[in-house]
Write a protein that binds this ligand. Structure first.
Ligand code: S3P
Length: 174
């Protein structure tokens, strides 16, 4: 299989953007963060967009952007945590590239999201206990979508080198 693009999927706080940027250096492709792309395109933060237009409108706009980026080549795309779980987005990604699920435990995600929750509308304002419970429930709901990724990678143990190895073993980079 020739790989034209790589989609990183996983829960909020799973490190999709951090990994994506490091992979950019390792494999020499472009990197795009779908959330940043959204904010640049619409000139509004995702938090403000949720507050003004609601989540349903966000999901529609996110889908359009995903279709747009699925045409780009030699690119690593960090998707928003909810993107794989709406419409046929997972199918679109699987049809057009290598999808990698960065799988992490609830504990690790809660630890990471604790300090970064305020910019994310779905978890902003939650206490530590509420955050933990939210992640647990939401992850259960979303796991079925994330698990449709072609590669399910253990984010607890894999370093960047491990991801590069997995990518190279999955096909030929364009
Ligand atoms: C969301 C995750 C966010 C962002 C939006 C909704 C979600 O992206 O798209 O706040 O539904 O999980 P990150 O996963 O990059 O935080």
């Amino acid at each position: 299989m020739v790989i034209k693009r790589i989609y990183l999927v996983g829960f909020m706080g799973s490190g999709k953007s951090t990994l994506g940027k490091r992979l950019r250096t390792e494999i020499g492709w472009d990197f795009l963060d779908l959330d940043d792309y959204f904010e640049e395109r619409y000139q509004i933060t995702i938090k403000q967009y949720f507050a003004e237009f609601g989540e349903d409108a966000f999901r529609l706009a996110e889908k359009e952007l995903l279709l747009d980026v699925s045409q780009k080549e030699r690119i690593i795309i960090a998707t928003g945590g909810g993107a794989p779980c709406y419409f046929n987005n997972m199918q679109v990604m699987n049809d057009t590239g290598l999808t990698i699920y960065i799988k992490l435990s609830v504990e690790t995600l809660a630890g990471r999201l604790c300090s970064a929750r305020q910019v994310r509308p779905l978890v902003a304002g939650k206490s530590g206990t509420e955050l933990h419970q939210y992640i647990e429930e939401k992850l259960q709901e979303r796991d079925g979508f994330y698990n449709q990724a072609k590669v399910i990678a253990d984010g607890e143990v894999l370093g960047v080198d491990g991801f590069v190895r997995i990518i190279k073993a999955s096909g030929e980079l364009m």
